[in-house]
Design a protein around this ligand. Structure first.
Ligand SMILES: Cc1cc2nc3c(=O)[nH]c(=O)nc-3n(C[C@H](O)[C@H](O)[C@H](O)COP(=O)(O)O)c2cc1C
Length: 186
């Protein structure tokens, strides 16, 4: 059998009952045979301080090397005030540094997101992440998109229970796999 694709996955929320952690847990649960998803908890990442970037905390070194060793990164983001949360930006900023050692360079990235709100389903937060990953020279998967509104109706006890949403996540993973393989051939 071919080597499995290594995916590093994390949610941009530290909340215990986070809907976005549930998206990630579900992705791991239903991932295709060809993929191995490792979940990273951003609670380990301290606040970024540029004074420390040449002497990084061990947790940040671990985060950066896990991104680099992965074939792709899967992120589930909440939407905070029509953008993505500081917790996520903080982690991305660490991973992008020091200058010349951007862990996202040439990395395939896929996004999804869930909110309890009923209107935008994190689409605005995900759009705000696009210029960040463009600047970091990552390769964002464009479609399918997963914008989960009214997450309380679809998620329970840390996992997605809604059949259609589970199918959408499975389809996203299959598209991500194809995207990673395509980029490896370039
Ligand atoms: C500071 C803050 C700002 C928020 N702003 C938005 C928003 O702009 N759009 C939205 O749909 N939900 C917003 N919410 C609701 C979050 O989407 C909701 O708390 C969600 O559960 C967070 O994701 P999590 O469950 O993964 O922690 C906001 C929540 C907080 C705490």
């Amino acid at each position: 059998m071919e080597k499995k694709l290594k995916i590093l996955a994390f949610a941009g929320s530290l909340r215990k009952d986070s809907y976005n952690k549930a998206l990630i847990n579900t992705a791991k649960e239903i991932s295709p045979e060809s993929m191995e998803i490792e979940i990273f908890d951003l609670a380990k990442i301290p606040l970024f301080n540029q004074d420390e970037e040449l002497n990084m905390p061990e947790s940040v070194k671990e985060f950066k090397s896990k991104i680099k060793e992965s074939d792709g990164v899967l992120i589930a983001t909440p939407e905070y005030n029509r953008s993505f949360p500081g917790v996520l930006k903080n982690a991305i900023d660490w991973a992008s540094r020091p200058f010349g050692d951007n862990s996202f360079e040439d990395k395939p990235v896929a996004l999804m997101g869930a909110t309890g709100g009923s209107i935008v389903g994190t689409s605005v937060a995900q759009m705000a992440l696009r210029p960040v990953f463009s600047f970091l020279n990552a390769h964002l998967l464009e479609k399918p998109v997963i914008y989960v509104a009214e997450a309380h109706r679809k998620i329970s006890n840390g996992f997605v229970v809604d059949k259609e949403l589970k199918e959408s996540i499975r389809n996203l993973l299959l598209a991500f796999e194809a995207w990673i393989i395509r980029l490896k051939k370039v």
